[in-house]
Write a protein that binds this ligand. Sequence first.
Ligand code: GAR
Length: 213
Amino acid sequence: MDKAKIAVFVSGGGTNLQALIDSAAAGQMPHARLSLVISSKEGVYALERAKAAGIPAYAVPRKTFDSREAYEKEILKMLDQEEIDLIVLAGFLSVLSADFVSKFPDRIINIHPSLIPSFCGDGFYGLKVHEEALRYGVKVTGATVHFVNEVTDGGRIILQKAVSVEDGDTPETLQKRVMEQAEWVLLPRAVEQISKEICDSNPDIKVHSYSNS
Ligand code: GAR
């Protein structure tokens, strides 16, 4: 296998998805192919970014399914169809069950806007993470890319990058700095790193083959 097929899960503006699209276009992710985008919400800008880049993109809102089981079954079907190798959570705000996550050991990664283990776990997402960092008064924060397991933000760390907190920061200014200096740099790097590992070491193992087990 020369390229790992990537599914990116989103819920909002999709700036991290855009970083992946730009990185792929610049030839910086030679072992990764962006093959599918799944959004937990209809009408978000991330879907427009995906379509503009020619990536198949679908909204799959949890609330349109009777049960979590039915919702995740639909997602598994889409992953199967596209023969996805690696799932990237990029601002995905819907919770995936422990059962779903356990099907894909080391095949789901997430970007989190702090230096884990600070300001992470249940309830820490988006601007809230930066609000808490400012409330605590830390002078350095950052971003983390990690594998996803059954514990929220608890999987093995892949990459981290520190970012300074400046005097007068608001949650919004801090979020912007963390995105620009850390998230948009780290996520493409981590996707390429894991994709290369998949290509080199497990050429025949795909997410879809786990989902059938
Ligand atoms: C990003 O800052 C990402 O790190 C964060 O949501 C934002 C999504 O922005 N994720 C979490 O907080 C997960 N716990 P984007 O849609 O512009 O990429």
